[in-house]
Design a protein around this ligand. Structure first.
Ligand code: ZN
Length: 254
C-alpha cells in the first residue's frame, strides 16, 4: 500500500488541477433553485466580480419544496424562479437556464444528461460545477440525479452517439460541491460571504427567519472550518479533470 500513495501523488502530477481563477466561463448545474447559492455562493460572487461569466442551469422547477399542499406545483415553481432570479442578480450570475423537470418527479438521468450535453456544447464552459453524487449519506433523488447526469455529460459530451454532432471544446474541470472529499478550498472574503447570505435570503419560500439563521451560522462556521489558514474563509470543492471520471479508481483520493 506504500506504493499506492506514490501512485496517487503521480496521478495528481499528471492530472494538473486547474486554478479556479483561470476560468473564463463557469457552468453551475443545480438540482433546485437555491442549491448553488447555498453551497458556492461566495465563490460565484468572487468569480463574477473578477469578470468570469457564471451560468446557472437549474434542473428541476422546485415545485415540491414545501409542506403547504396548496403551494405544491406551478404556484411554487413560479415563486422559486423569481427568488432565484433575485439571488442570481446579487451574486452577479450572467445567465439562468431552466430545464424545468418536475421537482421529485420521475425524470431520468439520461433525459437530463442529453439536455446538459447540448448546453455544454453551446456555452463551452471551462469548468462545470454540480452537487457531488458520490457524497456518502446524500439521499435526495434530485441531487443524486443532478450530480450524476452532470458528471456523465462532462465525461461524454463529445460523443455523437448520445446527441448527434460533437464538440472541439475542452471542459478542463468538474467541481463538486456538498462533497465529503474536498481537494480545493477556494478563498473568499467576508464581502463574498455577506453577498451569499443576501442571495440565500431571497429564497423566502424555503426559509423562515429561524432556519435562515441556523443555516447562516452553519455556513459561516463551515467556511472557517475547511480553511487551511487560520482566519481565512473558504468554500470546499472536489475538483477533478474530466478524464478522472472514468476508470480511474483512485479519483476519490485525488
Ligand atoms: Zn436541492
Amino acid at each position: 500500500m506504500k506504493n499506492l500513495q506514490h501512485l496517487v501523488h503521480k496521478l495528481k502530477g499528471m492530472m494538473k488541477l486547474p486554478e479556479l481563477d483561470s476560468f473564463g466561463k463557469v457552468l453551475c448545474v443545480q438540482p433546485h433553485p437555491d442549491d448553488a447559492d447555498i453551497s458556492m455562493g461566495g465563490t460565484i460572487a468572487k468569480l463574477s466580480q473578477k469578470g468570469i461569466r457564471v451560468y446557472y442551469v437549474t434542473v428541476t422547477d422546485g415545485s415540491a419544496g414545501t409542506r403547504d399542499e396548496s403551494l405544491v406545483g406551478k404556484k411554487l415553481a413560479e415563486i422559486r424562479k423569481k427568488e432565484q432570479e433575485k439571488a442570481a442578480e446579487i451574486l452577479g450570475v450572467h445567465e439562468l437556464l431552466w430545464l424545468d423537470f418536475e421537482d421529485l418527479g420521475d425524470y431520468t438521468i439520461e433525459q437530463v444528461r442529453e439536455k446538459l450535453i447540448r448546453i455544454i456544447r453551446k456555452i463551452e464552459p471551462d469548468a462545470v460545477f454540480t452537487v457531488d453524487p458520490f457524497a456518502p449519506y446524500e439521499v435526495h433523488p434530485d441531487h443524486l440525479r443532478c450530480g450524476m447526469s452532470t458528471a456523465q455529460a462532462v465525461s461524454l459530451y463529445r460523443l455523437p452517439k448520445l446527441v448527434p454532432g460533437t464538440s472541439n471544446h475542452d471542459v478542463t474541470a468538474i467541481g463538486f460541491f456538498n462533497t465529503a472529499f474536498p481537494n480545493t478550498f477556494y478563498p473568499i472574503e467576508q464581502e463574498h460571504l455577506n453577498r451569499k447570505f443576501q442571495a440565500i435570503s431571497q429564497h423566502k419560500s424555503q426559509f423562515d427567519e429561524t432556519s435562515l439563521q441556523v443555516l447562516f451560522s452553519y455556513l459561516a462556521e463551515k467556511s472557517r472550518a475547511y480553511s487551511p489558514v487560520e482566519g481565512q474563509l473558504v468554500e470546499p470543492f472536489k475538483v477533478l479533470p474530466p478524464v478522472a471520471l472514468h476508470v480511474i479508481s483512485e479519483a476519490y483520493m485525488l
